[in-house]
Design a protein around this ligand. Structure first.
Ligand code: SAM
Length: 288
């Protein structure tokens, strides 16, 4: 199907069910067949895979996922979409549709059940994410340490660039460190606004995050490390020392400077210049 056909199909479904895109729910429906194919191919789906799709909307990606995967579980907040998905995929017995907020769903439990009951070996996430909650969704997927292999998602280009940047480089942000702690991130393709209806206000990018089976970085308390990183980036123009004192991570400036000296880190450095490994070392010293 070419781009025009997917556009027509999307328009047809929206008209049939009297759907107007809800901006508040980040509803920008994909109408570019090449991008759909790129997402599906990049996810490398097999019949042994459970695919969890977040925000299936009208079912554009879903229609390819049900053909390729062993099982598809869709999580969609908008009830109107649930009716459409139920109609559209009524003949498939490898799909489950959950009407809920993805941030409230126990995805770990869904995966556990599928692995126990079915011929499922791997779980993967595939989604064209709602942009208003991109970061909370990604961080939930990672921090819950789900038993998944990869996450293939469309997100805002700006967030994609932060995610794929090297920690400590100019484009990096607090999220960069979390991503690199849990995954190996890769940019797949940039996607123009005109690949959606309605058009989003920002450019988009498809990325794939491969979950690390063994982490590169050892840290005693990852949550504590992420707290330090967050505080450092909340005041990224300040020195690390000042940011951590202001953020009440530590109240003894001399002790902090002493720790930095022992770690061979310049006491005037900004947090944004630290590598992930340096944050891990600092975290281990501070939570002693
Ligand atoms: N997958 C479709 C596509 O590619 O055309 C729709 C993608 S659209 C960018 C995002 C979808 O996420 C919408 O269908 C929206 O209703 C849904 N959504 C928004 N917030 C959600 C949430 N908290 N939990 C689950 N789905 C959500």
């Amino acid at each position: 199907m070419n781009k025009m056909n997917l556009y027509n199909e999307t328009k047809f479904i929206m008209k049939k069910y009297n759907i107007f895109a809800n901006k508040k729910l980040g509803q920008n429906f994909l109408i570019n067949e090449d991008v759909v194919d790129t997402i599906i191919n990049s996810a490398e789906i097999t019949k042994e895979d459970l695919i969890i799709e977040i925000g299936p909307g009208l079912g554009t990606l879903t229609s390819k996922l049900v053909e390729k995967a062993g099982k598809v579980i869709c999580i969609e907040l908008d009830k109107r979409m649930i009716n459409i998905l139920n109609d559209r995929f009524s003949l498939y017995n490898n799909i489950e549709i959950i009407n809920d907020d993805v941030l409230k769903v126990d995805i770990g439990n869904l995966i556990k059940k599928e692995k126990e009951n079915n011929n499922i070996n791997n779980a993967k996430i595939v989604a064209n994410l709602p942009y208003y909650i991109t970061t909370p969704i990604i961080m939930k997927l990672l921090e819950d340490e789900l038993d998944i292999e990869s996450i293939t998602i469309m997100i805002q280009k700006e967030v994609a660039q932060r995610i794929c940047a090297e920690p400590g480089s100019d484009l990096s942000g607090a999220i960069t460190y979390g991503i690199h702690y849990y995954t190996n991130p890769n940019s797949i393709i940039e996607v123009d606004k005109n690949s959606f209806i309605p058009e989003p206000e920002v450019q988009s990018e498809v990325i794939r995050l491969d979950i690390l089976k063994e982490k590169y970085i050892n840290v005693k308390n990852p949550n504590y490390m992420f707290k330090i990183i967050k505080v450092a980036f909340m005041q990224r123009r300040k020195t690390l020392v000042n940011a951590l004192i202001n953020g009440k991570v530590i109240d003894n400036k001399e002790k902090l400077e002493d720790i930095l000296e022992k770690l061979n880190i310049d006491k005037n450095i900004r947090g944004e210049k630290l590598t992930l490994e340096q944050f891990a070392q600092l975290s281990d010293k501070l939570c002693n």
